[in-house]
Design a protein around this ligand. Structure first.
Ligand SMILES: Cc1ncc(COP(=O)(O)O)c(C=O)c1O
Length: 461
């Protein structure tokens, strides 16, 4: 019987993060300032510490993890890698399935890997507070934890629908001393404008980002923190993949396929990019495939366009080249997971465009079916977001069953679902319905974007 749990000693935790920027097929397009119709960083230098900005653009492949950050990581890192023996048996697959479990962190997901680092760099530069947004509350609780460890204040704009549906995440943030506001709120211009147009607005990540960025821009003592999409966030998450590589070395295995869910793309990138490095540097023993899974309710890559768009609804951020559903995207409130952002990390978007990664979209019913099978065979209750990865891994394993191939499948279980019981209850009672975001809505958003910036398709990037 293979070992179910593959562990590392504390001193085997990586000392450096891996930066993919020098290994991309081509340089990332610059961000564009709409007023100038030309490249420029926009507000970015005004809301992040210098060290983070340097990481955002640095071409250094290996970046030292500060010892103060590793010291906090030690609370839960290294995280376990599991062999999904029970799931393999239930599927009767010849494939081997492994999953890296990030649910053992204080807030229950991969998000503290970057939250702690961001809080550290802000503290070092003398900032007193971080303002941020949160969707389902995973990121908000991670940054609340990160701020607490380095004695910073924390303000969280939480998407209204989640604020109402997930009160326990709010309590967790408040336990760690964060101030939490439902978004849209009356605290910012951006929030007040949305509430004037629609007093019943259920909010979106795009709106909450506008509020948090405005807060940081208008308060000297505060900076902004972000849980996904940006290059530095993907960088900090590589601690996950680097650990996994060491763990697989211990059992002399290597993945044929790596699966992860994508909201903004940070957890999946954290797991697969160190293996991508093996591939591009000729060190990989296999031609590993990388498979990103997203929600049909928010199909940023499978239905979105690869074009310049704002990262937020109020158009405060510069234009970023990424797969997008449009910055005015409001996700349907029926799907309350963390995969509801309109865009995808520029790094991941480019890799998808260059066909270096594959993408598949799943609806919430098939995803919860997969989560139930996983809970019943592996015991762990997964968050709805990584349940998209479980579904992807199951599909890959079933394909192996058809072909008889003994492949190695690795997936990212980036968080537990202990705060998602309402969603599981709705599922068990048959109240969840499959939902597909309509193609026409994407087209309408893209049309509005092109009307706003008629020159957008002439940009030479
Ligand atoms: C548990 C969990 N997984 C995944 C995501 C999606 O983000 P990302 O694609 O950056 O990992 C979220 C977003 O909040 C999340 O809470």
């Amino acid at each position: 019987m293979p070992s179910r749990k593959i562990l590392l000693d504390e001193e085997e935790m990586p000392k450096q993060w891996y930066c993919i920027l020098p290994d991309l097929p081509k340089p990332l397009p610059p961000t564009i300032e709409p007023a100038k119709k030309a490249p420029g960083p926009g507000i970015v230098p005004l809301i992040f510490p210098k060290e983070i900005i340097a990481q955002e653009f640095s071409k250094d492949r290996w970046v030292d993890i500060p010892e103060e950050v590793r010291e906090i990581y030690r609370i839960w890192r290294p995280t376990p890698l599991y062999r999904a023996v029970g799931l393999e048996k239930a599927l009767k697959t010849p494939a081997k399935i492994y999953y890296k479990y990030e649910g053992t962190s204080p807030s229950g997901s991969h998000k503290p890997n970057t939250a702690v680092a961001q809080a550290y760099y802000n503290m070092k530069e003398g900032k007193e507070r971080i303002a941020t947004e949160t969707g389902a509350g995973q990121w908000g609780s991670a940054i609340a934890f990160g701020c607490m460890t380095f004695k910073l204040d924390c303000t969280v704009y939480m998407v209204r629908v989640s604020y109402d549906q997930k009160p326990y995440r709010r309590v967790m943030m408040e336990l760690w001393d964060a101030k939490v506001h439902p978004s849209p709120s009356t605290k910012t211009e951006a929030g007040r404008k949305i509430l004037k147009e629609d007093p019943e607005s259920t909010g979106s990540l795009g709106i909450a980002i506008s509020e948090a960025v405005e807060d940081a821009l208008t308060h000297e003592e505060a900076n902004y923190g972000i849980g996904s999409v940006f290059n530095h966030v993907l960088l900090h998450q590589t601690v996950v993949g680097l650990e996994t590589k060491k763990q697989l070395e211990k059992v002399e295995d290597y993945p044929d396929v790596i699966v992860g869910c994508i909201g903004g793309g940070s957890s999946f990138s954290g797991l697969f990019t160190p293996f991508y490095y093996d591939k591009v540097s000729g060190k990989a023993p296999k031609d590993t495939r990388f498979l990103a899974t997203e929600a049909t309710a928010c199909p940023s890559i499978t239905k979105g366009e690869y074009m310049f768009d704002h990262g937020d609804t109020a158009r405060i951020t510069p234009l970023i080249k990424m797969h997008t559903l449009g910055h005015d995207f409001i996700p349907p409130p029926i799907h309350a997971g963390g995969l509801r952002y309109h865009g995808i990390a520029p790094i991941l978007s480019m890799l998808a465009q260059e066909k270096k990664i594959e993408t598949r979209a799943y609806d919430q019913v098939e995803v919860f079916d997969a989560a139930r099978l996983f809970a019943q065979t592996e015991g762990l209750v997964s968050a709805p977001e990584p349940s998209h990865a479980i579904k992807g891994a199951i599909d890959e394993a079933l394909r192996c069953k058809e072909t008889g191939e003994e492949k190695t499948i690795l997936f990212m279980l980036c968080g537990h679902g202990h705060f998602d019981m309402q969603a599981f209850d709705d599922y068990l009672q048959g109240k969840l319905l499959p939902y597909e975001y309509p193609e026409e809505e994407v087209q309408k958003s893209m049309k509005r974007l092109r009307e706003l910036y008629p020159w957008i398709d002439t940009l030479p990037y």
